[in-house]
Ligand binder design. Structure first.
Ligand SMILES: [Zn+2]
Ligand SMILES: [Zn+2]
Length: 341
């Protein structure tokens, strides 16, 4: 009899089902992981809504924490029993032009977890060893899960930004990414301005570490940022070209607006605002595995953790629906195994 494991797969756009899948051995340079937790991320919609070309059925999920259960041939540096994480980037190839130049994020042969291969809405998963991140003992699996995508994305963008300690950094949007972005920005030593819609988020933003709160309904956020001296960096965690355009003039000369939110809207900025002040617009795509390790270690050292709503694996469809409705506070996490995982 073949061993099987439980998984929540999407059989066609929008349709979840719970299935038993046969347990496979990891191939060369892969590991098999017994999963403890998996975060539910907005990018899962790439799979669930079929926004990417998907070969159905597919198990979504790319904020995965678990323990290595088996090693494929050729895997070095990882051991059975070790607690590891897998993020959106499935693992660099190591031989393409970008890998050879040290740019693992933009590897030409990078697969996306839960899109090109089965992800973490399951009890077991096979992953490429080159994409693994290591989880510090001080973080629980459920807390660590969202840090593997939402955490790495905000941490890496801030860490690679031109902002230095004491500079004004604005975080636009206090949601799954933004609530982590504010905490990282504060602990990296920046003066932090949080921007969100409505007065209701002010208290939370301050609690997360923001020095200033800007209600974008009541005030023009660009003007408010200029009154604070102008931002060196604006971290855009809400999707939409309009939010980038609305805050762009809040950048000080030489400042950069870094977009983390994917959306179809064009970004309408005048060349005047771009040139006079030498401002920039940039995109940032998650981070490499070493930056992931650092994100997790930095989080453990500084006491940064995501605000999560844990739910059992079998409630994956409901958790996904709640996240898509914008009702998650702030990350839904599927808890697959309790305790030390
Ligand atoms: Zn490569
Ligand atoms: Zn994600």
């Amino acid at each position: 009899m073949t061993a099987t494991y439980k998984a929540i797969e999407v059989s066609k756009p929008g349709e979840f089902s719970q299935v038993q899948k046969p347990l496979l051995d990891p191939g060369p340079n892969q590991v098999r992981i017994r999963l403890a937790a998996c975060g539910v991320c907005h990018s899962d919609s790439g799979t669930v809504e079929g926004l990417f070309p998907i070969s159905w059925p597919r198990v979504p999920g790319h904020e995965v924490v678990g323990r290595i259960d088996a090693l494929g041939s050729g895997v070095q540096g990882w051991a059975v029993g070790q607690r590891v994480g897998v993020g959106f980037l499935g693992g660099a190839c190591g031989y393409c032009e970008f890998c050879r130049n040290g740019d693992l994020v933009n590897c030409r042969n990078q697969e996306f977890t839960g899109i090109h291969s089965d992800g973490g809405y399951a009890e077991m998963m096979i992953a490429k060893a080159s994409g693994l991140m290591s989880i510090p003992d001080d973080l629980s699996s459920a807390e660590a899960a969202p840090l593997l995508c939402a955490g790495v994305t905000t941490f890496s963008a801030l860490r690679n930004s031109p902002a230095k300690a004491g500079d004004l950094v604005a975080v636009l949007g206090i949601g799954g990414l933004g609530h982590l972005g504010v905490q990282y920005a504060r602990h990296m030593g920046f003066e932090v301005a949080a921007i969100a819609r409505g007065a209701g988020t002010a208290e939370l933003a301050k609690k997360l570490g923001a020095h200033h709160y800007i209600d974008s309904v009541a005030t023009d956020p660009a003007v408010a940022l200029q009154e604070l001296g102008g931002a060196k960096v604006i971290l855009i965690t809400a999707s939409g070209g309009k939010t980038i355009a609305a805050t762009f003039k809040g950048l000080r000369p030489g400042g950069v607006s870094i977009d983390l939110g994917v959306g179809p809207e064009p970004i309408e900025i005048t060349s005047t605002d771009l040139i006079f002040g030498e401002r920039k617009v940039a995109g940032a795509l998650t981070g490499n595995p070493a930056t992931g390790d650092t994100t997790l270690r930095f989080s453990a050292l500084t006491g940064i953790s995501p605000m999560i709503e844990p739910v059992p694996l079998k409630e994956a469809a409901a958790a996904y629906a709640k996240m898509m409705a914008g009702k998650a506070r702030f990350r839904m996490v599927l808890v697959i195994r309790n305790g030390a995982g």
